[in-house]
Design a protein around this ligand. Sequence first.
Ligand code: UT7
Length: 321
Amino acid sequence: MSGSRLLGTGSALPRRVVTNAELAQKVDTSDEWIVARTGIRQRHIAGPDETTSTLAIAAARAALADAGVEASSIGLIILATATPDNTFPATATKVQAALGCQGGVAFDVAAVCSGFLYALATADSLLRTGMARRALVIGAETFSRILDWEDRTTCVLFGDGAGAVVLEAPSDQSEGVGILATRLHADGDQHDLLYVDGGPSTTQTVGHVRMRGQEVFRHAVVNLSDVLKEVLEETGISPQDLDWVVPHQANARILDATARKLGISPEKVVVTVDRHANTSAASVPLALDIARKDGRIKTGDLVMLEAMGGGFTWGASLIRM
Ligand code: UT7
């Protein structure tokens, strides 16, 4: 078992923090309801000068610095986002220009909250083919721009941010480390449970997030525990062998229920939803970076990443750091 190795991680958050109490002044909600139902206490919201690309660039720079590699060594940039700066070109090309690593491959991936897992698997596959030696994989979102700020059932749930990792193609030295296994899934029949009610080819508007929360919740717990089991079975690893789980941060109750279903101790689950809310494609790399930088996740640890979102799409990836 040997896959692409993680050389470094980075993240970025908008400057402005918005508390539940501040939201309760705008919509009919309360800090008590939001904390009890979701675990969210605050979120970061992008200001006028902050966009998906500015957050992505900051996270990418932090990941390059952490990895100790030059931007010029990056031959592949994959950016997962549902909130690109423009309909086209891909926001990844803006990142490429800002970092000054021209000449390689750069494109966006749209799989909403599972986007980072989809991007990571795509980068791993392309690195294995020799397309590039090093890749930047980024999840970056400004969901605040597609929220209906009068809909209390969605606007309290999301935040903005970005996370990034530097990946290197497998080599003789990387046996047993890096991305060990990934499984991805999609079920387009569930499209209408979580979607945006606009787009260039339908309404010619950006649209707003719409969600049937309870139904998404039910599917999330089942799909996530199933895909985690798949990856564990494929690699012959038991849930107790995992050092850390870094889940998509949608709702603290989903994290608890999924961990409980698999017999994973809650202390091994990285939780950032209280501080960041749901940052869609950014949430997994953001949480991974936080847990590495605060010293929890160390070199050699066995870490499971997992996410589920609109589509539905979902997936999990097992990594030896
Ligand atoms: O990232 C992609 C994946 N997304 C998710 O995984 C989200 C999954 N879903 C969830 O996290 C939860 O379903 C929510 C947090 C969205 C909602 O929690 P819930 O426990 O499922 O609540 P609910 O939708 O059943 O609503 C309960 C009540 C309703 O009132 P009634 O009908 O019982 O009178 C809602 O109208 O809470 C009401 N409510 C609110 N009250 C205060 C809904 N939103 C709010 C709010 N503040 N913000």
